[in-house]
Design a protein around this ligand. Structure first.
Ligand code: SF4
Length: 544
């Protein structure tokens, strides 16, 4: 069985992925998405650009023949070639038998693919020189998993050349060359490798754990997601992180139903559930178990306080949540702990500095704003604005598009012109990217303060409002799952932000206008989805 540096990288990110790559049913593995293909191509292009600045030799071998490649690389190393690009290093099972830090592994071969091997002074099996490995990575930072991979190269290299280098190198997109101190990393890497080999030998399939960032680009995502759904796995609950999941396992709380029925004091001893996160996770389980939106406990408490000030007779019902099910367990608990919080009329219905009135406010004209960006070009190329005019009962979408990176300023100016045509209309958006982008563009293009600073006060982040006020039966608080649960559908079900990054690159390469149309339609739907969520939330809070 071959163990490569790539598998070790995947194992660090997800043990299940490394397992499935070896033992999984490959028909369940999806083809890479357009966005993943783009990332792989960008990475290959970056490697090519770096290698063009170097003088090197490449071993000559037939494609996909790692054994011939390792032999050809060994010959170049024996000759003392200064730099070897795309070499292959291999340690066979019989050589590994003598390695004491590994578990007995009779059928394992280690194969590593360093981007560059650089000759340096020292003593090795070849003579008075040694080789040091370098990897070229598109990433900005020397992430720990990258460091482990170059430590793996160094370890395999040590077994091949009979000498351990002190340092390995990463060449990164923004940081340039970064030296990895092997005395700090090699033992860590050995432990990871030993664990990985043990997992492979036991053939025990690791438990599924869906985490958005880790799983979104994984080719096993659909297969794992189906497993998680069939198990009603707790990782599908927002707020259940791997460390919190370990606590829940310790408490034998292994189902959504079980979690929905406990009181927050069960979780309080665990630091992982400090700062009210235990309450929130329980309320999340209740929302999912009953498939129902639940007012957040902090809002419920605020409302109870307000009602008490105005009419003490209604307090018990409101604080106990008897009219808003599910959530009464949490509400009772909060009510009993916080029974003294609203003395002397000092509490107003304020949640994190915003009032319920702010959320419920219905302006005659509302603007819904969403941006599309091309991160690696530092370009915000589309400002989409949906103008909802309640006076005339009309909705009109405007897409201010930079068809080339050079026209970003024009799109920005067009956006400013439109929002100033409605000088007091609130500007609703989802998450803080729009706020940051207004600040970035104003700085980049030296926009006068009076044109952009008042906009900041008009911005209303709907994501923040949702997460401050309501717990929903969703798997994530991104726009898509929230709006879909509320009944909104995108016209193109497969479109997403990452896909737009790919599409805009295609537009720049091919000039195909249908791609631009697809991006505009997706952006318009994002604006409409934000409108849908805002209306739903206002209605829900009004009812509550
Ligand atoms: S989808 Fe997630 S859990 Fe499944 S293998 Fe990929 S990274 Fe691991």
């Amino acid at each position: 069985m071959l163990i490569t540096d790539q598998q070790l990288l995947f194992y660090q990110r997800c043990d299940r992925r490394a397992f499935l790559d070896i033992y999984g049913d490959s028909s369940q593995k999806e083809a890479p998405s357009d966005f993943l293909m783009k990332l792989m191509q960008d990475s290959a292009n970056f490697q090519q650009r770096v290698l063009e600045t170097q003088t090197y030799q490449k071993p000559d071998y037939p494609a996909r023949d790692w054994s011939a490649a390792a032999q050809a690389t060994l010959e170049l190393m024996q000759q003392g070639v200064e730099k070897i690009a795309k070499g292959v290093l291999a340690v066979l099972p019989e050589q590994l038998q003598q390695v004491r830090w590994l578990p007995p592994a009779p059928n394992i071969t280690l194969v590593s693919y360093p981007d560059l091997l650089v000759k340096q002074p020292g003593y090795s099996n070849f003579g008075d020189w040694i080789y040091v490995p370098t990897d070229i990575r598109l990433g900005k930072r020397p992430k720990l998993d990258y460091q482990m991979v170059v430590a793996f190269h160094a370890q395999v290299l040590a077994l091949v050349q009979g000498s351990q280098p002190d340092v390995s190198w990463l060449i990164l997109r923004e940081k340039g060359a970064y030296g990895v101190n092997l005395s700090q990393r090699i033992d860590q890497m050995r432990q990871i490798l030993a664990d990985y080999i043990e997992m492979l030998q036991s053939q025990q399939e690791p438990e599924v754990f869906i985490a958005r960032q880790k799983c979104s680009l994984c080719q096993w995502h659909q297969s794992c997601y189906q497993v998680a759904q069939s198990q009603h796995h707790l990782s599908l609950l927002p707020g259940v992180t791997p460390s919190r999941y370990l606590c829940l396992q310790e408490l034998n709380l292994l189902s959504v139903e079980a979690l929905a029925q406990i009181t927050p004091d069960v979780l309080e001893p665990y630091p992982e559930f400090s700062d009210g996160s235990g309450l929130q996770v329980i309320q999340q389980a209740q929302a999912v178990w009953h498939n129902q939106a639940v007012l957040r406990w902090s809002v419920r408490r605020t409302m109870a306080a307000t009602i008490t000030e105005t009419d003490p007779a209604t307090r018990i019902d409101a604080a106990n949540g008897s009219t808003v099910q599910p959530g009464s367990i949490v509400a009772n608990y909060v009510s009993s702990r916080d029974s003294n919080i609203h003395k002397n009329g000092q509490n107003s219905p304020s949640i994190h500095g915003t009032t319920l009135q702010d959320i419920l406010y219905q302006a005659p004209v509302e603007l819904y704003f969403d941006i599309e960006a091309q991160p690696e070009l530092h370009l915000d190329y589309l400002h989409g604005v949906l103008v909802v005019d309640k006076r005339s009962n009309t909705q009109e979408f405007y897409g201010f598009l930079a068809e080339s990176p050079e026209s970003e300023l024009i799109a920005w100016q067009q956006f400013l012109e439109l929002v100033w045509a409605y000088p007091i209309a609130p500007i609703y958006h989802f998450c803080d990217y729009e706020l940051k982008t207004i600040q970035r563009l104003a700085k980049t293009y030296q926009t006068p303060r009076y044109l952009w600073q008042p906009l900041i006060k008009r911005l209303v982040d709907i994501h923040q409002k949702v997460t401050q006020t309501v717990t929903l039966p969703v798997e994530s608080y991104a726009l898509k799952p929230i709006a879909r649960w509320m009944g909104f559908e995108w016209r193109n079900a497969n479109a997403n932000g990452a896909q737009c990054v790919y599409w805009y690159e295609q537009w720049l390469k091919t000039g195909d206008r249908t791609v631009l149309e697809t991006i505009l339609r997706y952006n318009e739907d994002d604006c409409r989805a934000t409108h849908h969520v805002k209306d739903w939330l206002a209605n829900f809070l009004d009812q509550a």
